[in-house]
Structure formats: structure tokens, C-alpha cells
Design a protein around this ligand. Sequence first.
Ligand code: ATP
Length: 339
Amino acid sequence: MKDKHNIREDSPKKSGLRKIGVFTSGGDAPGMNAAIRAVTRAAIANKLKVVGIRRGYQGMIEGDFIPLRSADVSGIIQLGGTILRTARSNEFRTAEGRGKAWLQLQKAGIDAVVVIGGDGSFTGALTMSQEYNISFVGIPGTIDNDMYGTDYTIGYETALNSVVCAVDKIRDTAVSHGRIFIIEVMGREAGLLALNSGIACGAEVILIPESKEQHEELKRFLDKGYKDKERSGIIMVAEGDEPGGALKIAEKVRREHPDLDVRVSILGHIQRGGSPTANDRVNATRMGVAAVDALLDDQKSIMIGLDNGKIVQVPFNKAVKLNHSIDGELLEIQKMLNI
Ligand code: ATP
């Protein structure tokens, strides 16, 4: 893999690329704007025209396109959310919807597209590129950090810090009142956000969909010493944990330990927004430049990832089908430290 991103005087001619599209899709994630900026400016530096596709695949179907010049992406690197907006489109899941999207891309003269989103967005891109002659390159933008083939997805670090800030505040109340707080964080299928925020906040128990054993930990924790009303506890739960999120867990804990003062806090959408961290901006910028590089190299259906700090290219079919594994070491550490 090249680690230099030179401006290539002859690249548009060589690759046949003239105009690329860029869009954000699925849930918004902080750092998406930094990626849009990097894609736009790296493309312009390589003499490509850039079109912003608004509202994800739905905007593609409806031809909701805007030209992006360098000035249009000025002053956005520090903004959360996405200036192109995002959407979930059921119509794009149908062959008819993708046909409409293809016609709009053709009409606008778009030769290739950078998609910033999660595994659903990449699955859509892969399907469309198998049906029509269009190249997609993906940038992983999701706060879940659950994509296979990359150590890092854009927005994860910002979301992690938002969770840690919120839980630190809740801890103050938990300690002051001797309460047990069950805190639910985002992650329908992935527990990485819950796991790392739990470690960072010194949570007593962390419940994630990837590990059933953690429920034994919860039992041990509750049976152990929480009869003592002086003590408090933080239990982190990923929303997708079985048998349910924070409300279900709280119901069970209250039933089995009616003497405990148990409260629930569902952090919800405060986890998604906000100004991206420096790392989210830097990684989004590197990935944006690498995505344009990949298109100039005639790559298609690949996701840009980071592996031990290095930019890598991961085929979409691997990125969307395989799971990002959970670090067992962190679970062990958490268990050991909660004595
Ligand atoms: P997040 O991780 O934030 O949820 P995501 O990219 O996984 O992001 P999804 O809602 O799963 O978010 O997917 C975004 C959009 O991609 C969908 O609304 C749909 O338009 C398209 N998409 C998802 N799966 C498919 C599929 N199997 N076929 C065609 N299009 C799809």
C-alpha cells in the first residue's frame, strides 16, 4: 500500500474518472464532515469534480445533488453531524429503487462514489455495484466501531468520550446516594462502546451482547456486598444485550434485590452528536484522502480501514460479513479489578 498521497497530474486521464459523488448514510457520526471535506479537497486537488449527494441513498434516488467546491467544505471539520444530511432508505433496498438511483447518477455524470457509513450502507453499495457499472469506495463512519477489517470507525472516539463524560456525572449521584445505576449505551449488535466506556469509568459490571458470561458477573456483584448501603455501583449495558437493555436488567435486579436503590439512565442520542475529537478528525481526513486515492487507482467495492495505524483496503464483502471481535483481555481486566 502506498503511504504517500501525491497529486497526480495525469490521474483523471489515466483512470477515466471525471466526477465523483460523496454521501453519508445510516446513523450520523462525528467526523463525517471531516471526511466529506477531505474527499472533496483531495478530489479537487486531483482535478476531479465533486458532487455531494444529500440524504443518503434516498437523496441518490431523488437526484438531491449539490456541487461541492473547496469553499463549500470550509469551516466544517469541527462540526458534528453531517452537512450532507443522512437517511435510511427502504426504497434503495429494492431493485427498482437502485435503478432510479443509477439513472440519477448517470444523469449527473457521476463515475464513482465515496460512501461514508456503516455495514448497511456498504451492503447497499456492494449490491448496486454488482448490478450497475459504478465504483463505490467506503469510509467507515459509525459510533459502534463494529466493522470488520478496521481498528477504528469515524465517530467512535467522540461517542466514547461523550459516554465517559455523562457516566462520570452520574457516578457523582450514585456515590452520594449509595445507588446502583444501570446505564444503557448505544450498540444494538456491538458492545465495544459499552465495554470501553465501562473500563474508562471503572464500571462494576459491563453487559454486552458478545459475552453471556457477564451476567454471572452481575450476579456475583449483587450477591457480594451490595447489601451495604454505603456503596454504589455503575452497571453499563449495551442496548442490544440479551435479555434486554437497561430497563429489563433493572426489573430483574429490583425483583431479586428489593433492598437496593436501583436507577436507570438511558443515554440515548447525546452519544451521537458533538464536535469530533482530534483523532476522529485526523482519521477521517486520512481515510477521505485514501478513498479518493483508491478510486484513482480504479479500486471498487472496498472499505478504507486502519490497521495498527496504517491505511488498509478491505473488500466490502469481508467488511460487512465478518464481525469485529471484542477484546477478551478488557473483560478479564474488568473482572479482576472489581474486587
Ligand atoms: P449504522 O451503523 O449507523 O446503523 P448503517 O450504514 O449500517 O449505519 P443502515 O440503516 O443499516 O445503516 O443502512 C443504511 C442504508 O443502506 C439503508 O437505509 C438502506 O438504504 C441501505 N441498505 C442497507 N442494507 C441494504 C441492503 N441489504 N440492500 C440494499 N440497501 C441496503
